[in-house]
Ligand binder design. Structure first.
Ligand SMILES: [Zn+2]
Ligand SMILES: [Zn+2]
Length: 183
């Protein structure tokens, strides 16, 4: 593995800084296309517990034409043990385009994604209706050689795709509650 690719695979993006992290894996590798790689992290609360609620905003509350249970950001994790709430991702601040804007000094973030407002809601398992999950967060990077040449630092924050896999503690089903497309 090239050195830069190894760096991306082993360096968690700053949006996960509130968590204890373990390197994880998805069943399918999202970094298998040419000049692409991904990093996957099993998240746990600072207290050590990896089980909790997945908080976010149902897209259908913001878009009438939408019927799926997908969540939009800000996404958070509420620990089932100590109840601490830790941010996972905010599309206004995180991901390639938002990070690029910040690097260029535009404070307001460049997200064109719809973003939730107000109190977040709990994601509920579509299979069993329970709300406690173990969560893996994945980040996909494209055009590695261009990325490495165009930037001087914090490449780990320049991910184009965010993937979240939540394993229901109740029934074992793995659900993907978000679908942001290109960030
Ligand atoms: Zn905790
Ligand atoms: Zn379930």
């Amino acid at each position: 593995m090239k050195q830069f690719e190894r760096y991306l695979r082993n360096t968690p993006p700053s949006c996960l800084r509130g968590f204890k992290l373990k390197k994880g894996k998805f069943a399918r590798d999202y970094g298998d296309e040419a000049d692409t790689t991904s990093s996957v992290w099993q998240i746990a609360c600072r207290c050590g517990s990896s089980e909790g609620k997945f908080l976010g905003h149902p897209l259908k509350d913001y878009d009438d034409e939408y019927d799926d249970p997908d969540f939009i950001s800000p996404l958070k994790f509420e620990c089932n043990k100590c109840k601490a709430i830790t941010p996972i991702l905010d599309t206004d601040k995180h991901g390639y385009h938002a990070d690029l804007d910040r690097r260029e000094g535009e404070d307001d973030g460049g997200s064109c994604k719809i973003r939730g407002k107000g109190k977040p809601k709990e994601y509920v398992c579509p299979d069993c209706g329970k709300n406690i999950f173990k969560i893996k967060a994945g980040f996909v990077f494209w055009n590695l050689s261009e990325l490495e040449e165009s930037f001087e630092d914090r490449w780990e924050d320049l991910f184009m795709v965010f993937i979240c896999k939540c394993k229901c503690v109740g029934c074992g089903e793995v659900v993907e509650p978000t679908d942001f497309g290109k960030l």
